[in-house]
Design a protein around this ligand. Sequence first.
Ligand code: ATP
Length: 428
Amino acid sequence: MSSTTTKTEPREDRETILRVEGLTKHYSQGSGLFDSIWPKPKVKAVDNVSFEIERGETLGLVGESGCGKSTLARSVLNLVEPTDGAVYFNGRDIANLSGEELRQQREDMQMIFQDPQSSLDPRMKVGTIVEEPMRAHDLYEGEREERARELLEKVGLDPQHYNRYPHQFSGGQRQRVNLARALAVNPDFIVCDEPVSALDVSIQAQVLNTMQELQDEFGLTYLFIAHDLSVIRHISDRVAVMYLGQMVELAETEELYENPQHPYTQALLGSIPVPDPRSKGRRGLLEGDVPSPINPPSGCRFRTRCPKLIAPDEYDMTEREWADVRRFTRAVKRRTFEVQGEAQLRSEFFEQGVPSGKAGDTVETALDSLLSEEWDQAETLLQESFAEPSICAQEKPDYTVETEHGMDVHHAACHLHRDGIESTANAD
Ligand SMILES: Nc1ncnc2c1ncn2[C@@H]1O[C@H](COP(=O)(O)OP(=O)(O)OP(=O)(O)O)[C@@H](O)[C@H]1O
């Protein structure tokens, strides 16, 4: 973690550099004539995301591919126009900037991309590359070369390499050139989009350490995006976890890693058991695939894969019974098995018997439908009876939970934190 972190200061003394409020980005698909007559449904890449970053801190942003990290980063930088919500940088709404204020914002906020190879023009010498933003912003005239050489040194390169071309550098060195270029116009804030993902693991730590040294020296603030949890842990003061366009958890780094409170974070960290060892979830940890961002699940978007989905209030089941019903409901929806007779169905899903009462009656009706090959009927009944009435499908969760490590607020978007919810947390 960076030593410029402001965590020890009382909250009221800390300075917010970036505030994101209800940020939403829905992409239209297609732009042809037919698309304007019959518009295709939108891709809900980012939905109602809010957070703040304090000056001098690193906020890590983690989540699987496609969860909206890059869209969020580009919206924060004013490179993508949000569908809804706002981004305030140093207290100013960046959507309303123009003229001098816009120029200043573009100077103060920089970005580093994943691929150091393709983001450097192979025909330009690295000195010219580092000087480019100074020219574009009309800064440091007459001292650009001197500044570029100084910056090359600051990022751990030999200033004599000013006249070399990108192909003469290794991947790690090229990312250092990108760092020097990002620093050229003396920014306050840098969005780092997977900056070390393309590098060898042995090189990653060195580049991360340089980034932390530069942060201390120049008082930089980072929004650091990565899918690699160990990289995020190494660099971040606080960590935000995204799933399917929404933020599911946000806490100080140690708190998030030692006391994760959202089942998705727990699954990412590998701290909850695999619900069904035979299912081939991503990373072998999560069952099922990430749903489409075109039509994401209602309520908690993770609920269709969550090993801790909460049973609807109207049933009175033991944890084991609910675990069986939940697994059966999902298997029917995903069509992950074949029906080979009643005995096989019962032993596969309800080895210890079908629940009693109302839940059991519904399960029996669904079993009958399956035995008559009425899959859709069974699926609809199970979804309407067990999946949709769950609080997890009914309401979008948003809770503050008790922090065990550190002082900052811990947000977890999971209804298990709702007062009065009886946890079926370890049902699997
Ligand atoms: N210009 C676009 N038009 C339509 N859909 C888009 C566009 N850009 C991104 N998407 C979709 O929005 C969703 C979020 O994409 P985004 O690139 O922000 O995610 P990500 O978490 O950064 O993924 P990755 O790590 O793979 O880059 C994905 O479903 C993606 O296909």
